[in-house]
Design a protein around this ligand. Sequence first.
Ligand SMILES: *[C@@H]1O[C@H](CO)[C@@H](O)[C@H](O)[C@H]1NC(C)=O
Ligand SMILES: *[C@@H]1O[C@H](CO)[C@@H](O)[C@H](O)[C@H]1NC(C)=O
Ligand SMILES: *[C@@H]1O[C@H](CO)[C@@H](O)[C@H](O)[C@H]1NC(C)=O
Ligand SMILES: *[C@@H]1O[C@H](CO)[C@@H](O)[C@H](O)[C@H]1NC(C)=O
Ligand SMILES: *[C@@H]1O[C@H](CO)[C@@H](O)[C@H](O)[C@H]1NC(C)=O
Ligand SMILES: *[C@@H]1O[C@H](CO)[C@@H](O)[C@H](O)[C@H]1NC(C)=O
Ligand SMILES: *[C@@H]1O[C@H](CO)[C@@H](O)[C@H](O)[C@H]1NC(C)=O
Ligand SMILES: *[C@@H]1O[C@H](CO)[C@@H](O)[C@H](O)[C@H]1NC(C)=O
Length: 506
Amino acid sequence: MNSFKFPSLALLLVLALPHTLCVYLRMSNFDLMKCSYGERGSLTATCVNATSSYFKNTPYRFDHLDETLRCVNCSLHTLETGSFDISGNQIKNLDLTNSLIETVRQKAFVGLIFLQRLILANNAIKSIYPGTFTGVKKITYVDLENNSISILSDDGFLELINLEELNLRHNEIKSIATSAFNGLVHLQELDLSYNAIGDINGVFNNLTSLRLLDLSYNKISVLTGKEFDNLTSLLEIRFKFNHITTIPASEFYSMSRLRRLDLSFNAISGVRAGSFKGLHALEILDLGNNAVAEVPQKTLQSLHNLQYLNFSNNRLSIFQTGLYSGLPQLRVLNFSHNVIEDIEITGVFSLDSLDTLDFSFNNISNVDYVRLISRLPKISYLNLEDNLLPCGLEKEMEDYFAEDNFKFILYRNEANAVKCVQTDALPKNKHTFHKDSLIRAEMGGSSANAWIFVLIGITLVLVCVLYYLQLRTYQEMRSMSVKRTTSEVQLISSDLESRDNDYLKE
Ligand SMILES: *[C@@H]1O[C@H](CO)[C@@H](O)[C@H](O)[C@H]1NC(C)=O
Ligand SMILES: *[C@@H]1O[C@H](CO)[C@@H](O)[C@H](O)[C@H]1NC(C)=O
Ligand SMILES: *[C@@H]1O[C@H](CO)[C@@H](O)[C@H](O)[C@H]1NC(C)=O
Ligand SMILES: *[C@@H]1O[C@H](CO)[C@@H](O)[C@H](O)[C@H]1NC(C)=O
Ligand SMILES: *[C@@H]1O[C@H](CO)[C@@H](O)[C@H](O)[C@H]1NC(C)=O
Ligand SMILES: *[C@@H]1O[C@H](CO)[C@@H](O)[C@H](O)[C@H]1NC(C)=O
Ligand SMILES: *[C@@H]1O[C@H](CO)[C@@H](O)[C@H](O)[C@H]1NC(C)=O
Ligand SMILES: *[C@@H]1O[C@H](CO)[C@@H](O)[C@H](O)[C@H]1NC(C)=O
């Protein structure tokens, strides 16, 4: 009603109020801004409630004792060119965490000639433009975690020739330009986890010093075999929680120093014979939570230093000792949560270093533990819980391993756990099988060794017989003075011998 009676006054009020409020707020904010030296010995200057233009206007004098400048929970919005061009400063660490930064202009940090660590975490930065880091060559660490970067464009970090660690975790990165990491010749750690990256082809080409690459929690679905060609210094690569389905042959071929490879929580169904070729230093391979149904022969061939292999939560239906016996350092094998029904003792060699074997949550109904254990000279822990094993097995195994310092778990002591399967029809059968294994095991300590001796014996006998035959033929021939036939017989005999050896190798 009033506003109708005095329209001009009302209008004036409506127009004037926000303005006055603004001026008031700005005044009060300026009053509340402050930079001050921290506790004695802290070497830290802290600015509170500062805006981006305040650093050059503050009455506070920066000197050599201010190694660190903190402005946490400030209201910076835009970092203008030269915001920190403060005379006489020797700032080494700049921490601008959680300060509402959206835009960083070119040369924003110019003047910070001593700067080594730059922390810009928990802001709303959308992009890193070329020229942003002009004039700050000493920086070794940049933290951009939890910002809003969606595109990494060419040359954004070009000037950071001494950068060792770059954290881009928790952004919205969808695409990376081919030259986005240009100039980062000393980069050792690159964290790109928790983004939306789908394509990484060609982007890491020049990062020859990189030791740790974290790409977990992204959307990478295709690997082409060429992404990591020049990454010869890598020690660890984290790939978990992506959408990878296949590992091409020679994907990691140049990574002869890699120690850890985490490929868990993908959709990998295809591992190939050459997938892990060249990983001679690899110690830990995590393939857990994928869809691997088969491990082809020779897949793990070059992994001479592998210690941990995790295949848990896959679709393997068979375990063959032979596939893993060529890994001299292998200590832990995890096959938990697969659909393994058969444990096959293949090949002649043992898994010499294996101490932990986890078969829990599979579909194993029968295990020839005597032969299995005979291939595992160092085994100290065998987990078989939640399978379909017969109830009598526990007692049997307890008796058999009574003397050994060996821990096995057959049934979980919990509600809902698969305990064991009553097999009244089978006990006789099983008993004979058990006895049989015992005899075999007693024969030579391990049945594998026994077989080797038998094979060598047969070969030796054959060689002797052949030699004898050959000698006789030779003598006969000599008496008949026909020499050419000898070499023919020799050929046949060596042929037989090599076939014998092939058999041994199988
Ligand atoms: C910073 O500003 C807030 C209000 O925005 C005020 O409560 C607080 O006291 C200020 N801090 C200092 C140290 O002046
Ligand atoms: C910044 O604000 C958060 C809450 O928003 C508070 O927990 C933290 O202590 C503040 N840090 C500083 C240095 O003022
Ligand atoms: C991310 O940053 C925003 C401020 O930009 C903050 O409110 C939020 O708590 C941060 N999230 C994490 C996980 O640190
Ligand atoms: C790699 O670096 C060289 C110079 O060292 C440069 O010419 C080339 O363009 C860079 N390649 C990529 C893909 O960034
Ligand atoms: C990186 O690999 C590409 C081929 O993929 C090659 O042309 C380039 O010279 C390599 N760069 C360095 C720095 O080794
Ligand atoms: C695989 O096993 C390793 C060590 O045993 C463990 O650190 C890792 O979390 C496991 N991975 C999965 C996906 O369970
Ligand atoms: C094997 O992996 C499963 C699932 O990740 C885990 O719960 C279990 O502890 C692992 N076993 C060993 C011996 O590390
Ligand atoms: C494995 O056993 C479970 C019961 O424990 C059964 O439901 C499942 O069908 C079996 N899987 C296969 C592949 O035999």
